[in-house]
Design a protein around this ligand. Structure first.
Ligand SMILES: N[C@@H](CCC(=O)N[C@@H](CS)C(=O)NCC(=O)O)C(=O)O
Length: 237
């Protein structure tokens, strides 16, 4: 591990494995680069108060204004996963992880937008008390409907089908994986490999089990290969 001690903010939950997709991207990056860090676990319902007290800047102008990942590295306090990735690459250039042009992230975001309604309704099952209440209320505002209306059982199969289509589009965009299994990077990972892996880890950890079962063998199993490749960078500190 490189000498540094970064604080990484992530959500606490009933799950043993952390689930936030964007925080996974940051954690995979830190682990890949062997940068020492420690997670500070926060409750969903306390995110605003905790991050504001830690002087983390808001990432949005409307609720939820404060988001994870956020990091503190000495005097540097950074929020937003991309801004963090850029800072990390600038500050810790060893074991380079390039950040690619915006269209790569756009391709991931398009697939993630179709995945989100499939996983979000199940996240509440991993939260307790005030966190569950906060999650229900904030997602009602975000989605403009109740959690149980986001992915009704009668539409789930069709919605998973739409995600399969989105993945096939993404598969065409990324092409073949390199020898190590990275989809975006050439000689090693690009940051987008960690971003995409973060979404799959989220689906696997926080979604209903049948979701990952349907995804893992799709598109020549390139998604499950990516998840296997990042497994060695999933240590939680
Ligand atoms: N643009 C931000 C988005 C981060 C984001 O949406 N984080 C979610 C968790 S994955 C969050 O913190 N939400 C706060 C909330 O729901 O109150 C980034 O990439 O860091």
């Amino acid at each position: 591990m490189q000498a540094a001690s970064i604080t990484l903010f992530d959500f606490d939950s009933k799950l043993e494995t952390p689930f936030s997709p964007r925080v996974w991207a940051t954690r995979l990056l830190l682990n890949y680069k062997q940068i020492q860090h420690k997670t500070t676990w926060i409750h969903f319902s306390e995110i605003g108060a905790v991050l504001e007290a830690a002087r983390v800047p808001p990432t949005r102008t409307t609720a939820p204004k404060y988001t994870v990942p956020a990091i503190i590295d000495g005097e540097n306090i950074i929020a937003d996963s991309r801004a963090i990735a850029e800072y990390i690459e600038r500050t810790y250039p060893e074991r380079p992880v390039p950040i690619l042009a915006a269209d790569h992230q756009k391709a991931i975001d398009s697939a993630a937008a179709v995945l989100r309604p499939l996983v979000v309704p199940n996240v509440v099952n991993h939260l307790e008390g005030r966190d569950a209440v906060y999650f229900r209320e904030s997602r009602r505002v975000m989605f403009g409907k109740e959690l149980h209306e986001i992915c009704p059982a009668s539409q789930r199969d069709e919605m998973i089908g739409a995600f399969e289509v989105a993945l096939t589009e993404l598969s065409d965009f990324v092409g073949q994986a390199n020898e190590q299994g990275w989809l975006f990077g050439k000689d090693g990972p690009a940051y987008e490999d960690f971003e995409l892996a973060g979404w799959f880890i989220w689906a696997k950890v926080a979604g209903l089990p049948d979701l990952w079962e349907r995804i893992e063998s799709l598109n020549d199993a390139k998604w499950s290969k990516l998840v296997s490749v990042v497994e060695s960078y999933m240590s939680v500190y």
